[in-house]
Design a protein around this ligand. Sequence first.
Ligand code: SF4
Length: 300
Amino acid sequence: MTETITLGMPTKAASAAEYNVVGDTGFEAPENRAKGAGLSGVAEADVTREQRIEQMRAGELGSVHSWELVTAVDGPGTRMTVFMAGCPLRCLYCHNPDTLKMKDGEPVLATELLRKIKRYRSVFKASNGGITLSGGEVLMQPRFAAKLLRGAKEMGISTCIDTSGFLGASCTDQMLDDIDLVLLDVKSGDEETYKKVTGRALQPTIDFGDRLAAAGKEIWIRFVVVPGLTDSVENVENVANIVARWSTVSRVEVLPFHQMGRDKWANLGMKYELNEVDPPSKETVERVREQFRSKGLEVY
Ligand code: SF4
């Protein structure tokens, strides 16, 4: 998922009015990336429980936390980022803990969401943008995601997924064909640290990255610098070495940890372990960036 790790970067929420999007009265641009745009304008599916389960199995229905229209984050151009509900990881620094459980999302039909996406086709075209499926973890709902990606490609819209790669095995080859860009979050460079940060194993992410590179799929890497957790020279070196072997990586985004998501943990009654952690110093962030640069990578 996408943590709100984008806050360390130039973020500009695009408005529908700005692009003169016709017929879309449901959109409200979020003031702040951390808030999300809810699901305004996307009709909630009206079905029985049994129908819902069946539709979810078929990928016709998904559990969605929110969506928003953004520029200069989550891929090139102006993008509609869809935050899916549900994630198998439990990152200590997660900025969107409200997206972790699939049951907490809103049921949304793929057809409905695609209708919504279609309205922004001209915006995407004019800005070289497109859709980004994020979360939570997009690959928790691979069939639903596949339908959205296919539908977007049929409309000539550029596609991107933002993923930890942990569930990369759930991404079918057909689905991969429908993805133009993968934002791959590499949260740490060795199994022990990765487990400490996320509660899960690193290897599936490496496997997924290997597969993406072999398939010639463009990758943007995201790495969050958390003092005392992910920022050691050794850990960064390990991440950089993993990333450097993927020939299709065109960009590495080094994102400083921040505390913008802290209140969400408290509001959800969840234990937040990074209360005492300060954002990294500029020097640390620069040192991390330099470590990636030294492998010949394009770093932001
Ligand atoms: S737990 Fe990790 S992977 Fe999941 S949404 Fe939060 S930051 Fe993203």
